[in-house]
Design a protein around this ligand. Structure first.
Ligand code: ZN
Length: 318
């Protein structure tokens, strides 16, 4: 569990020593000030560990079991600060005025939604892929000796990502990293696909070539994610599920260009923005589609850039 150190002995003692070592290695106390080059270096070097508020982080027996058996699904208590923060975020990003708007909202006319259950997916194997991808972004930022440009201040941006702006501190902890444009976002999908994502995370290869290419799409408003929680032709009153995911935006392009090469984000060379670039000019990491009066939509082209951390179960209220 601790890289480069091999421990042997009675299981109980090994776990105890491991926990102490982990605490020493991963404690945030020696972390440099956020946003500094020192901090970028710290994050570029840090060994992968689960987010500090996961049950998995504090309970090493659970972690050991999770390594051997199926990954954990932790039910969040309705009285906890995290539950309230997520429920609150769903409410604060609900747009009753836009419920039936657009093709994807066909057949919808409800006024509100009500959260009934929240679970956290504590799948460390899956999270580690995300962690490693985030670390690649930190390495890139370190190379540039500067954090990624903040989405709210990019030219053409309508402002900060709402889910982050409106999220309560209990949800963000200190474990969300604006230095690499990491944000919580909503993702809605039909129940069958939600089951697959719950077990295996996102797989961009399953996506069709949509408006912004073959990508994983996400939203900052619960209203938008809700549109995809069932099929347009088969709307029903049953329980619905949407995900609250961590998403790495990295280097963002704001625009509505559908890339010619569906599988890749747009090339950074403006002359190649809407063509299939075969030279290596470097690509953006994500695209934000921002049209006035519409929901913003987010797209990433790499499955490792999204981690489905929470599953929110809810009902539509008419
Ligand atoms: Zn190019």
């Amino acid at each position: 569990m601790v890289p480069g150190i091999h421990l042997q002995g009675e299981m109980k003692s090994v776990l105890k020593v491991t926990a102490t070592l982990q605490k020493l290695l991963y404690s945030g106390s020696d972390a440099p000030q956020r946003g500094t080059v020192k901090f970028l270096r710290h994050m570029a070097m840090k060994v992968a560990s689960p987010p500090p508020y996961w049950d998995l982080s504090t309970d090493w027996i659970k972690q050991l079991k999770a390594k051997l058996f199926t990954p954990g699904l932790v039910r969040i208590k309705a009285t906890s600060a995290i539950y309230k923060a997520i429920e609150d975020l769903v409410k604060k990003t609900w747009r009753p005025d836009l419920v039936g708007e657009g093709l994807d909202a066909k057949g919808l006319s409800h006024k509100d939604i009500k959260v009934s259950k929240i679970e956290r997916i504590e799948n460390f194997d899956l999270y580690r892929k995300y962690y490693d991808r985030r670390q690649e972004l930190f390495k890139e930022a370190l190379k540039n000796r500067s954090p990624y440009k903040d989405i709210g201040s990019l030219p053409g941006s309508r402002g900060p990502i709402l889910t982050t702006k409106k999220a309560h501190a209990a949800l963000k902890h200190d474990d969300l990293y604006p230095e690499v444009n990491e944000h919580y976002v909503f993702h809605g999908t039909v129940p069958e696909v939600a089951e697959v994502i719950k077990e295996n995370g996102f797989d961009v290869r399953n996506s069709k070539c949509g408006m912004l290419g073959q990508a994983i799409y996400a939203a900052e408003e619960s209203t938008k994610a809700d549109q995809y929680a069932d099929k347009r032709a088969e709307r029903n009153d049953g329980d619905k599920k949407i995900f609250l995911c961590r998403l790495l935006f990295g280097d963002v392009m704001i625009g509505t260009i559908r890339p010619k090469d569906c599988k890749k984000p747009p090339c950074k060379d403006p002359q190649h923005a809407d063509t299939a670039c075969t030279q290596f000019h470097g690509f953006y990491d994500s695209v934000i589609s921002d049209r006035e009066g519409k929901f913003r939509e987010f797209a990433v082209y790499d499955s490792r850039m999204v981690y489905p951390e929470y599953i929110i179960t809810y009902k539509r209220l008419t």
